[in-house]
Design a protein around this ligand. Sequence first.
Ligand code: HEC
Ligand code: HEC
Length: 237
Amino acid sequence: MQRKKIHMLILAGGLLGGLAFSTLSQAADPPAAAPAASAADAEKAAKEAAIKAAIAAPPADAAMLANTCAGCHGTNGVSGGPAMPSIAGMPAPYLKTIMADFKSGKRPSTIMGRIAKGYTEEETALISDFLSKTKWVAVTSHPNSQMATKVDAAKAKKGKKLVSDQKCGKCHEDDGLTQDEDTPRMAGQWVDYLIIKMHDLSNKHLKIPQPEKMQKAIEKLTVQELEDIAHFYASQR
Ligand code: HEC
Ligand code: HEC
């Protein structure tokens, strides 16, 4: 205890000594010290100006805002993870509706509700416009696609028949390639994500927004059939 105190005193003495020394040396050589101080001042002023400008700035530009989405949905909406949907090229009105539904809680979610709440309507519109101009890439050609469940040709074949029997193509035209104002593209989506989504959609208690006709059809499918359909859509380009 006693020794510690002494050490502290020596340390304090050293600091004070140092301060006194630097004050003395400044006093002894004022012209050299002056420009150094003003350069530091200028830097500080520039930093403050930048902070003020950032605070006063109008909504950040769309690409910057969409960067947050990239953290999970991949650069330009092309997802790098099998359970995370690709959202590239989705039509802006579809994105806006989805984000509004996540925000209001109408659309159940694990994370998106909280994320959507962080943006104003104008910011969501900017992000949606930006993402709608990005290009959809079939994730089966993504470098990370080996992480995903392999698209199984036999399952995809069964899925193709099911989709035809169930007339899913009435809305999901061209084997899921179509992307329009209210229908998402599914051709080339991650198979793991589609499997999860098909299971969720088949459970009407989750109340995921979807056309009644679709819900009625999916509800009757077996777990295996739901997965076959996921494999079919994922296998398309
Ligand atoms: C922390 C990770 C994360 C971030 C960041 C994130 N998302 Fe999501 N997103 C998810 C998850 C997970 C889902 C699936 C729904 C859920 O469980 O929340 C999802 C679902 C979606 C969907 C629905 C896709 C579909 O096919 O149904 C859209 C659209 C979407 N996100 C848009 C965005 C936009 C726009 C941003 C940026 C403002 C964003 N997300 C940021 C994780 C994220
Ligand atoms: C009446 C038109 C219609 C029919 C028929 C239909 N769908 Fe859909 N489907 C939609 C719409 C609209 C959405 C988007 C719902 C939303 O998220 O708001 C959707 C979404 C989906 C999704 C979610 C995709 C994603 O990325 O989130 C899957 C999977 C899906 N449909 C599969 C099917 C299957 C399988 C069938 C046939 C059994 C089918 N649909 C029949 C209109 C339809």
